[in-house]
Design a binder for this molecule. Structure first.
Ligand code: NAX
Length: 328
């Protein structure tokens, strides 16, 4: 039998954690032949709730689950970690300024980055889900100088999945008919879901839609503001869909993307497409040999250019703000 893969989940007692852990333990994160050992990181007041979730995991008798550790110490949680899912974050509360939000999250993601640097396995892969995801990933990454920068990623896969269904509904097709529909930029309202490189049954998606007003005034804002629409409808933020996207992101990272398919991920920019180098921003990527690589050589028209630049300008501002706060 194979050695278990160590999977650390932070914010394990939260609502995404509750939707995520059972899927990891059932083999959906890494595949049906890979045993996992779960390491749950929570803050002290939530440890008891994490223990309750662990009791339920025990009660599933998952054949692939080889053990569960629960701790409030990042140095313990990230010891030997192969896959780190950084879900726990400080949400924006009423009256909170952006600087306060970034500072509070710096207090979480800096020590976690340091703990990953000190204790993770050599092959560690990190996915940041907790918001502001791209900048939290940047904070963690900048405190893990011994880990290759390309091991730190931020989640835009939920935005991508949302875009798939919006487009499928518009065209009366299924998500299986769509390829290469990706998100550029920040996981925020400025994100750019790109129909101009997407394909529907082999045809260009923007041409298939043939309705620029719908793209600008309906499709893009619906995808970008979907998180708020879910809160409005459900009275709570996206949880199962966010967990599902995290599974998709890591599964593809480890197992590779299918030939002819692209996916979205926030990865460290190498300057591709004029994005500021070092930002963690979403690109079309493919996964090969266990690495996410930015798809190169795409033509970017003026409309897409303006959207991509605006979202990256927002990320550059966030980076400057955390730099100003001494967080990176
Ligand atoms: P919850 O508030 O239900 O859970 C968060 C958990 O994190 C809590 O149990 C809390 O105790 C824990 N936590 C806080 N600080 C911690 C620390 N330093 N170490 C370990 N655990 C800590 O939030 P939930 O709905 O699960 O959402 C989690 C994060 O995902 C939020 O930041 C949210 O904004 C973000 N999301 C990101 C999405 C994305 O697409 N990237 C979509 C969904 C979601 O909005």
């Amino acid at each position: 039998t194979r050695t278990p893969v160590n999977v650390t989940v932070t914010g394990a007692a939260g609502q995404i954690g509750y939707a995520l852990l059972f899927r990891i333990a059932s083999g959906q994160l890494l595949g049906q032949d890979t045993p996992v050992r779960l390491k749950l990181l929570e803050i002290a007041p939530a440890l008891k709730a994490a223990e309750g979730t662990a009791m339920e995991l025990d009660d599933c008798a998952f054949p692939l689950l080889s053990g569960i550790d629960i701790t409030d110490d990042p140095n313990v949680a990230f010891d030997g970690v192969n896959v780190a899912l950084l879900v726990g974050a400080r949400p924006r509360t009423k009256g909170m300024e952006r600087g306060d939000l970034l500072e509070a999250n710096g207090g979480i993601f800096k020590p976690q980055g340091q703990a990953i640097n000190a204790h993770a396995a050599d092959d560690v892969r990190v996915l940041v889900v907790g918001n502001p995801a791209n900048t939290n990933a940047l904070i963690a990454q900048s405190h893990a100088p011994d880990v290759p920068a390309d091991r730190f990623t931020a989640m835009t896969r939920l935005d991508q999945n949302r875009a798939y269904t919006q487009l499928a509904k518009k065209l009366g097709v299924t998500v299986n008919d769509i390829r290469k529909l990706v998100i550029w930029g920040n996981h925020s309202a400025t994100q750019y879901p790109d129909l101009f490189h997407a394909e529907v049954n082999g045809k260009n998606a923007a041409e298939a839609v043939n309705d620029q007003a719908w793209i600008e005034n309906d499709f893009i804002p619906t995808v970008a503001k979907r998180g708020a629409a879910i809160i409005e409808a459900r009275g709570a933020s996206s949880a199962a869909s966010a967990a599902n996207a995290a599974i998709d992101h890591v599964y593809d990272w480890v197992n590779g993307t299918p030939e002819g398919q692209w996916v979205s991920a926030g990865v460290v920019s190498d300057g591709s497409y004029g994005t500021p180098e070092g930002l963690i921003t979403s690109f079309p990527v493919v996964s090969k040999d266990g690495k996410y690589e930015i798809v190169q050589g795409l033509e970017i028209d003026d409309f897409s250019r303006a959207k991509i630049d605006a979202s990256n300008a927002e990320l550059a501002e966030e980076r400057d703000a955390v730099k100003g706060l001494g967080l990176i």
